[in-house]
Design a protein around this ligand. Structure first.
Ligand code: NAD
Ligand code: ISE
Length: 337
């Protein structure tokens, strides 16, 4: 077991700043020794909350500093490839926020680069695999009591989208999570994607195709549908229902506390992912730190990141051109079997 892991966090926006706080306050066995952001002021403000934390604007400079054992990448998806290649050049383990990259070609380049290293270095931030409700659903399906899963119904709703959010990003940034959990829950690859466009909400920014309805077909003959709606206005909801041969199972009902008073009953609705998945992020980062200190890589890896990118790329084509688009996936190297 290595001593306390010295972590560089790349990207100090919403997720990066939250991960810095998490490593400082929640996770054991690690500390943040460097933060990196192209916006030096933002990085400086985050570093000021952590003792002895250096500030950089270039990821490679932080990695070359000699004060870093591992890297947590929380910059936007298009910046991930360069950051990961720099980490590979320094032999540093990485926890990379999803999506691995926004397109299949760059994700495949990373698969090839990690394969060429001959050892796994990357965990991808598909944190739903660490969520208590998703893990109990997975255990139920794997246990076989309900029979074979035939269909998954997913609902994924955000209060509002950032101004930079495009119609394609509903697939590559948001549905990427359902792509990963569908592969993981069913243990099957996704073979084709169809993206349908209901009338867009009047509350969505001008030109944004929101909501979208996505159908995923799997190699084992199961179907999964995803309602993605990123300007629903009322809250953050992530729900899933598995329909199996002998029963169904639902998660994400959000019924933690129900009050009854003054002739009404109800509860509250989470407002974003940092609330709904707080415990999952904590478990994910702790698992990464523990595995890295043991010299191992666990959890979703670079192949899972690539597989999701390939499915999302088919989804983007379906969104743009219409119709059902088969997923083109490279052959899985023996290294990832
Ligand atoms: P953000 O826009 O709030 O922050 C991104 C930060 O990265 C900004 O401070 C920006 O200046 C910085 N940055 C941009 N290019 C950079 C580069 N080349 N090097 C270093 N820093 C750079 O975005 P966010 O919402 O924090 O998202 C960051 C990542 O986290 C994305 O990959 C996103 O998909 C992912 N994310 C994951 C979840 C989840 O549920 N797992 C939730 C939200 C975001
Ligand atoms: C964001 O990047 C996330 O990963 C959130 O979990 C998701 O709900 C949201 O739609 C994405 O934009």
């Amino acid at each position: 077991m290595t001593p306390t892991l010295r972590v560089a966090v790349i990207g100090t926006g919403r997720m990066g700043a939250d991960h810095v706080r998490r490593i400082r306050d929640v996770v054991s066995g690690a500390r943040v020794t460097a933060v990196v952001d192209v916006d030096a002021q933002r990085a400086g403000a985050v570093a000021a909350r952590v003792d002895g934390c250096a500030v950089h604007t270039d990821p490679a400079a932080a990695m070359a500093s000699g004060d870093v054992d591992a890297v947590l990448v929380a910059s936007p998806g298009p910046a991930h490839e360069e950051a990961l290649l720099a980490a590979f050049a320094h032999g540093l383990p990485v926890l990379c926020e999803k999506p691995l990259t926004p397109d299949a070609a760059s994700a495949l380049r990373l698969v090839e680069a990690e394969t060429a290293l001959g050892r796994r270095l990357v965990q991808v931030g598909f944190m739903r695999r660490y969520d208590a409700e998703y893990t109990s659903l997975k255990a139920l399906l794997d246990g076989g009591r309900l029979g074979r899963p035939l269909m998954l119904h997913h609902q994924h709703r955000n209060v509002s989208s950032a101004e930079f959010f495009t119609s394609e990003m509903l697939v590559t940034d948001s549905v990427a999570h359902e792509v990963d959990v569908t592969r993981w829950l069913l243990g099957q690859e996704i073979t084709a994607v169809t993206v349908l466009r209901p009338a867009s909400s009047a509350l969505a920014p001008e030109g944004l195709i929101d909501p979208q309805f996505v159908v995923l077909e799997t190699a084992g003959g199961a179907l999964a549908d995803v309602e993605i709606f990123v300007n629903c206005g009322f809250g953050y909801q992530v729900r899933a229902e598995a329909v199996c041969e002998r029963g169904t199972a639902r998660i994400g009902e959000g019924h933690a506390l129900v009050t009854t008073a003054e002739g009404r009953w109800g509860g509250t609705v989470d407002q974003d992912w940092t609330e709904r998945f707080a415990a999952a992020y904590d478990r994910e980062v702790q698992a990464w730190v523990d595995a890295t200190r043991r010299g191992e890589v666990t959890g979703p890896g670079i192949w899972d990141g690539y597989a999701a990118a390939a499915v999302c790329e088919a989804g983007v084509r379906s969104l743009r051109e219409g119709g059902r688009v088969p997923v083109e996936q490279a052959e899985r190297p023996a290294f990832y079997r």
